[in-house]
Ligand binder design. Structure first.
Ligand code: GDD
Ligand code: GTP
Length: 401
């Protein structure tokens, strides 16, 4: 029997998603028409013998999350539960804290996935790979190739090219280590908890020696990072292997990368979900989805239009996220600058840009928070508009508070 754990993090993260993360936790932000997490869940539910999906994070249980879990359980006919950490315990600490829940029922292996990635999720391939490599209880990291410069923003893996064993692992190195990067998708056996447990015990001893610590010592011992604390130590021990996927993969850190990820998934829909794509019929394509009003002569490209939005006649929306219940007036033009990976480099990844560079707002996609009104015949360019704003003129390169 198999299980899967999705690391959904918590509210202090997701700053690069503002102001959209005010409304909905980042893992539930829609990508290609469904919550980001649903793509993970769908892939897990397809794996034979998958019994349960656990979401581990430090969000307060909230209505959106509960509603999402409920409807996903029904749609994919699989058990899904949310396990809340009492504090941010890191990527290894969270799963260690809930090890009894993960191991209950006796799974022989389980997947761990970062919530903020998009992927074709080649989970059956990872299972096959695990069978073929190393001893039966080896651990598998999914890897992909990046270019030299961008690789340093990720976990970097040096492998034995014959056996695919991970020889070295360095998290976000400051100089080049390897162009194989960690995709944040793992296949573990229960034995992983012995390795995390050893780090936990060592942390506890260090705490006792450290006279300074009183109060939250337990929390400090329990905070464990899979990457720096576990993988780095496991590398070269004949335990850790890398499965390099040829399939698409990207991080989703910023709102701009959500548009890029949507494009990757929409492309995949031709194969997996043609019914989710608009079909061209007599008189033009029929727009699918509900709750959005699109007027005549509107042009939308490389954008995400959220529920309840209205695009009035002849408006033009390019490289933009239009927030829930926002309205764009007639002939208005709302445009952003895409941050797509270099199309001439097959290994390029999307840069999750910071908001400011050299004290200036970096040109980015335009984001309208929820319930924003853009009047007719204005131009909004490379701007971020906070929720509930009624704009009365054109804006360029601004954060509108
Ligand atoms: N439950 C829980 N608790 N989840 C967490 C915590 C925590 O304390 N901290 C982070 N996460 C979740 C995040 O929500 C995210 O899905 C994932 O763990 C990784 O987040 P980060 O810790 O921010 O790491 P990163 O995204 O910068 O880098 C990781 O992912 C890259 C691939 O996208 C690393 O694993 C890199 O090595 C990897 O290349
Ligand atoms: P692609 O980018 O590949 O689509 O080609 P292109 O370079 O021609 O794109 P461009 O953005 O120049 O315009 C494509 C079409 O979008 C034009 O035929 C216009 O009808 C429409 N379009 C462009 N700007 C606007 C606008 O401000 N408002 C509206 N309603 N339509 C626009």
């Amino acid at each position: 029997m198999l299980k899967a754990v999705i690391l959904i993090g918590g509210p202090q993260k997701g700053t690069r998603f503002r102001p959209l993360s005010f409304e909905v936790p980042k893992p539930l932000f829609p990508v290609a028409g469904v919550p980001m997490l649903q793509h993970h869940i769908e892939a897990c539910a397809k794996v034979p013998n998958m019994k349960e999906i656990l979401l581990v994070g430090f969000y307060q249980p909230n209505e959106e999350l509960t509603r999402f879990i409920c409807s996903a359980q029904q749609e994919f006919k699989i058990l899904i539960r949310y396990l809340q950490e009492y504090a941010a315990l890191g990527t290894g600490g969270g799963i260690y804290h809930f090890r009894d829940q993960i191991l209950s029922g006796g799974p022989e292996a389980f997947f761990i996935m970062n919530a903020d990635v998009c992927s074709e999720f080649p989970l059956p391939e990872m299972l096959n790979f695990q069978k073929e490599h190393g001893e039966p209880s080896s651990f598998v990291i999914m890897g992909t190739t990046a270019n030299r410069k961008q690789s340093m923003n990720y976990g970097c893996i040096v492998e034995n090219q014959q056996t695919n064993e991970v020889l070295h692992y360095v998290e976000k190195p400051s100089t080049f280590v390897s162009d194989i990067i960690n995709c944040g998708i793992y296949l573990f056996t229960p034995e992983i908890f012995q390795h995390i447990g050893a780090v936990f015990q060592k942390n506890q001893q260090d705490m006792l020696l450290d006279e300074q610590t009183n109060g939250n010592g337990w929390h400090r011992a329990e905070a464990i990072r899979l990457e720096q604390d576990i993988f780095t130590a496991l590398a070269g021990q004949g335990k850790l292997y890398v499965y390099k996927t040829p399939a698409f993969w990207s991080q989703i850190k910023s709102a701009g990368s959500a548009i890029y990820a949507s494009r990757l998934y929409l492309n995949q829909y031709h194969k997996t979900h043609p019914e989710r794509l608009a079909t061209t019929e007599d008189g033009g394509p029929r727009i699918s989805g509900t709750g959005v009003t699109i007027g005549a002569g509107v042009r939308v490209r490389e954008s995400i239009i959220l529920h309840g939005a209205t695009l009035q006649d002849h408006s033009c929306v390019l490289n933009c996220i239009v927030g829930w219940d926002s309205t764009i007036g007639k002939w208005a033009r709302v445009e952003g600058t895409p941050s797509d990976p270099n199309p001439n480099d097959p290994y390029a990844k999307i840069d999750s840009e910071t908001l400011f560079r050299d004290g200036k707002l970096t040109p980015s996609i335009t984001i309208l928070g929820c319930n924003v009104t853009i009047p007719s015949e204005v131009i909004i360019l490379n701007s971020i508009v906070l929720p509930h704003k009624d704009l009365n003129r054109s804006f360029k390169n601004q954060i509108i508070l």
